[in-house]
Design a protein around this ligand. Sequence first.
Ligand SMILES: C[S@@+](CC[C@H](N)C(=O)[O-])C[C@H]1O[C@@H](n2cnc3c(N)ncnc32)[C@H](O)[C@@H]1O
Length: 271
Amino acid sequence: MLKLGKEKDSVEYWENVGDAYTSALVGDYHGHRLGVIDALIPQSLYQPGSVIFDFGCGNAVHFEQFLKSGAVITGIDISDVMIGLAHENLTANKRDTSLAQLADVNAMKAIPTASQDAVLSFNVLAYLNNDEEKTFYQETQRILKPGGQLIVTHSNELFDMFSLNRYTLEFFKKNFLQGGDSIEKLLKNANLPEKYETYNVRENPLSYKHKLAAYGLSEIQQEFINKHNAPPALLNGKDYPDTLRVSAQEKWKLMFSCSTYGSRAVKIAAV
Ligand SMILES: C[S@@+](CC[C@H](N)C(=O)[O-])C[C@H]1O[C@@H](n2cnc3c(N)ncnc32)[C@H](O)[C@@H]1O
């Protein structure tokens, strides 16, 4: 297996979950996720001449809808298991398997400047380390055409305020109570398990636009995925309520009650 110089868990993790992930691709969560992703992708990208790059393309689940329209889409992924699944899908649809390649974020450096109408990255950025993340945004900015779009999904940091568990306490500790020991006491008294795992990269839907602006990108749309009807600490069972047809007055609640969100931004400037 090609490791691409990445030592962290990510490659092995995706090798192991490859099969499970593919079976989840037919489940309710995936259906809901794809529906929200659809709402983020403008119809104008589905046409001959559109050029799209999919970072962390997985099994190429997003490819066929573009290829059918005459657009060109290429993608890379760090896991050879996922790229193997992508090649199976491309072959089944009589498409060229070279559209999906095994590579890490540094491969973006070989893509010509101002050549892409959109960069996609769905449920991937959470796994990047700081250097990879910086490369991703710098290269995205460089390879997008003027007016080109970055369309991504993120693990939602604001969801921690709603979860009513250890993550809530950690959220307050990180964002509001630096220097004080009150949260440490709370964490101790709450008798919570020591184990605390989270993603490397999470985003706050209220502040993400500022990160994007630093890379010459302007956020124009957000949509929310995986709404929890009750905080995880109280939740029994799970369903995937509609998050697209929510009234304007109620929409703010999604920002906290959804564990994932999607963002669409436009390239506005060179940086
Ligand atoms: C949750 S899957 C999403 C796959 C696909 N984007 C989708 O929407 O179904 C995450 C993917 O990110 C890939 N990945 C994780 N870390 C990566 C990295 N550092 N560089 C490139 N791909 C990565 C994994 O191999 C996996 O295929």
